[in-house]
Design a protein around this ligand. Sequence first.
Ligand SMILES: Cc1cc2nc3c(=O)[nH]c(=O)nc-3n(C[C@H](O)[C@H](O)[C@H](O)COP(=O)(O)OP(=O)(O)OC[C@H]3O[C@@H](n4cnc5c(N)ncnc54)[C@H](O)[C@@H]3O)c2cc1C
Length: 302
Amino acid sequence: QAYAMDSSTGFSLHSDIVANYINNFGSEAQKHYWLTRMASGETVTAIAMTETGTGSDLQAVRTTAVLDGDDYIINGSKIFITNGYLCDMAIVVCKTGDSEKGSANLSLIIVEADRMGFSKGKPLNKIGMKGQDTCELFFDHVRVPKENLLGMEGMGFMMLMKELAWERMLVAIICQAGAEAALAHTVQYTKERKAFGKTVSSFKNTRFKLAELRTEIDFCRAYLDRCMQLQLEENLGIDAAAAAKYKISEMFSKVVDECLQLHGGYGYMLEYPIARAYLDNRANRIYAGTNEIMKELISRSL
Ligand SMILES: Cc1cc2nc3c(=O)[nH]c(=O)nc-3n(C[C@H](O)[C@H](O)[C@H](O)COP(=O)(O)OP(=O)(O)OC[C@H]3O[C@@H](n4cnc5c(N)ncnc54)[C@H](O)[C@@H]3O)c2cc1C
């Protein structure tokens, strides 16, 4: 999908991220109920961490889930939630204890979209990825049974850290595929486009620029493949996943920018895939943890 330069719909968030939370931390009943519906497409899912008051600092979330008999009562709101508008279920990051305390009180709770008090804002007006709905979610005394808790109470931060490493790998994979596709489009375009009676690809500047991009892409591919191998061996560190996300998303932005330039004015027109990639790719340096936070994580391992 990324190689096709198609960023519409949040399939990956649904199948590669939310499904993993359920599969890795859910009870047998939760797995049976949700994974079957998610696989059939009957249920669209989201994961809601970010709030208006906090994004990078997950420990500071203000949404609360307070036990009342056998139920949790959830209050708060979330923003920038991929699949938020279409979702039938969201995994919501909540504080289940003292909201002033840090990570120890974070829990993940499954909230069905038809619960009383759960409402959605309009899809937000993003600069790119127009096919994906990204919106605000509001929780006003939403009552959910205790059985909707994912994993154990207070273990939310640990689960997020584990799954966010894979989420960052996914971003890196998507960026790698996108960069390879952008280069392929540009090689083809410059071979066809003529200026001064020659193809654009025949200019030394074009050949050198494409050679530089190809080299950067190949280096990133080697690192990504190494990380993938470690992931399959269950040995991928948080720092290595952060490095892959940071470096490959930066590389993708650079590749798309240079490739757009080689398309001339056509590169600025949205009917050309390179123009859409230019707008779509920008979010990769922001979500799944900003690249500044990636550098924080890498630096902690030094
Ligand atoms: C298209 C899109 C889809 C998204 N989908 C989801 C989703 O499905 N679920 C979800 O929960 N969230 C989602 N997000 C939210 C995203 O994860 C957050 O926007 C991101 O984590 C940054 O948080 P923030 O926007 O609050 O920025 P802030 O945390 O306010 O950061 C602002 C700036 O300060 C920098 N900064 C912050 N802390 C530090 C630090 N310690 N050191 C150095 N610099 C720092 C940041 O890097 C950034 O440049 C999405 C965002 C976008 C754009």
